[in-house]
Write a protein that binds this ligand. Structure first.
Ligand SMILES: Cc1ncc(COP(=O)(O)O)c(C=O)c1O
Length: 465
């Protein structure tokens, strides 16, 4: 294996990596930990990262296919970010968002309002994506209580959608396996069936599939009664569900239906905002819609610090405010509008502007997507799909019915082969998704796909062995 030393960084840890792994196993409960293997599985011990690469503790280098968790837009190890964060820490680390405000949060709110579509001019800062979604859903409840429509609270969401891990955000998440032993609020939510064009019945055109998916929403509203439906929540692309791109026209038509019934349209742009598709926000510039609420997080700070935002339209704000006394928007977090996180977000946006990163994404996207499409030639591949710098490979389920175990094995094999070859991907059952840092060059895109091709060849050989 060729070793690629990371550039000099902060002093290396003096603790034995074996010990770190042991303490991690013994004391740290990770998100989505597999409980049957509790205390037996070792997560990769990541040591350093620069640009699009990360290094493990043994000095092995990997291309970071998932870009952290779809978030490290500007790449790792940026001195300008370190400086901005450090400067803000020394100037003002914290102040209560209840009673005070700060320069970074005011500047960032104004900047987001400028970048967001239409009249989405009102920013509520949160601690991440789940709390942004939670805030959006609580806003729907607040609005309808305020308007004297306490029944208009149901949320229509979609199968395979992922919206986070708070009680409300997980309740509108349509990935069954993500809530297999947790309780969720089922009375408030109605799920629409899969929108994935890959799973449409044989002989159905994309146009007919789009009609059917739009009809699913209409039918749900009719069944529940529009007077009981407060919101429709949708990721422009269902990312954690496997980078599912709904058919052309779907977003616009579903928004029109929502408007007709005074149902708020929440566009969950936690992944798609801040450049992933080559635009600050995808809702309007890519899909032609101006929603009522947009949620974002991740790329807002490129993962340097945690921050999310729930952006609310003027139209909704006007309906929520009024002369009656003692009505408080009692939603918020100690770390809402954290000045250091806001300073990080401002610098992240400045870097994206100065380096024309959105333009770069638009430039390299055709090559990225063309190389993705070329992976169809492998017999283990059932579908590939993507948009911008988002990609997914879905395996062909095994002939023997494609049970969950067999599908998982396929995803795990691809993950394993990629890792051996120096590429991290994110396995999702029988899928692998990737969303590399947006600064990835054309040559690095080729390196990434060369590894994927080699890994798919190895999986094909293993399958047929
Ligand atoms: C579309 C979407 N919404 C919400 C979330 C939750 O964000 P967080 O993990 O920052 O709470 C995610 C996380 O992956 C997401 O992909």
């Amino acid at each position: 294996m060729t070793r690629h030393s990371p550039p000099p960084a902060a002093p290396a840890s003096e603790t034995d990596p074996e010990l770190l792994s042991e303490w991690d196993r013994d004391h740290q409960l990770h998100p989505w930990a597999a409980m049957d293997a509790w205390r037996e599985t070792d997560n990769m011990l990541v040591d350093q990262a620069r640009g699009i690469h990360i290094w493990d503790h043994e000095g092995k280098r990997f291309i970071d296919g998932p870009g952290g968790m779809w978030c490290v837009q500007i790449g790792y190890g940026r001195k300008r970010m370190a400086q901005a964060i450090s400067d803000q820490v020394m100037r003002l680390t914290y102040t209560s968002p209840w009673t005070t405000t700060t320069e970074p949060s005011a500047l960032l709110a104004r900047k987001i309002a400028e970048l967001a579509p239409g009249d989405l001019n009102n920013v509520f800062f949160t601690t991440g994506g789940s709390t942004a979604v939670d805030t959006a859903l609580r806003t729907v409840q607040f609005l309808n209580n305020r308007l004297g429509r306490p029944d208009k609270k149901m949320v229509i969401a979609r199968e395979k959608g992922y919206h986070g891990s708070t009680y409300l955000a997980s309740s509108v998440t349509g990935k069954e396996r993500d809530k297999n032993r947790f309780d969720v609020e089922t009375r408030l939510v109605h799920f629409l069936p899969d929108v994935n064009p890959y799973h449409r019945p044989a002989g159905t055109s994309i146009e007919a599939w789009c009609d059917a998916k739009v009809a699913d929403l209409e039918a749900a509203i009719t069944e529940l009664g529009p007077e009981n439906v407060g919101a429709f929540i949708a990721e422009p692309i269902l990312c954690s569900g496997g980078v599912i791109v709904p058919p052309e026209g779907y977003h616009r038509r579903t928004l029109e239906i929502c408007r007709r019934h005074d149902i708020l349209y929440i566009s969950d742009e936690v992944v798609t905002a801040f450049g992933r598709l080559g635009h600050w926000f995808a809702s309007e510039e890519v899909f032609g819609i101006v929603p009522d609420i947009i949620t974002c997080a991740k790329g807002l700070t490129s993962g340097y610090l945690p921050l999310g935002a729930c952006i609310i339209s003027d139209r909704i704000m006007e309906r929520m405010t009024g002369p009656d006394q003692n009505v408080l928007f009692s939603n918020g977090y100690t770390y809402s509008a954290h000045p250091v996180c806001c300073a990080a977000a401002l610098t992240n946006i400045e870097i994206m502007e100065d380096e024309r990163i959105l333009e770069h994404v638009r430039e390299v996207t055709p090559h990225f997507q063309a190389r993705l499409q070329a992976l169809r030639r492998f017999p283990v591949v059932g579908d590939v799909r993507g948009m911008g710098l988002l990609g997914c490979i879905e395996g062909r389920p095994e002939e023997d019915g494609g049970n969950l175990e067999a599908q998982r094995r396929l995803g795990a094999m691809l993950d394993e082969e990629c890792e051996k070859l120096g590429l991290l991907v994110r396995p999702l059952i029988n899928m692998a998704v990737f969303s590399p840092p947006l600064i990835i060059t054309r040559a690095q895109i080729d390196q990434m796909y060369d590894i994927l091709e080699e890994a798919l060849q190895r999986v094909t050989d293993r399958q047929s062995a």
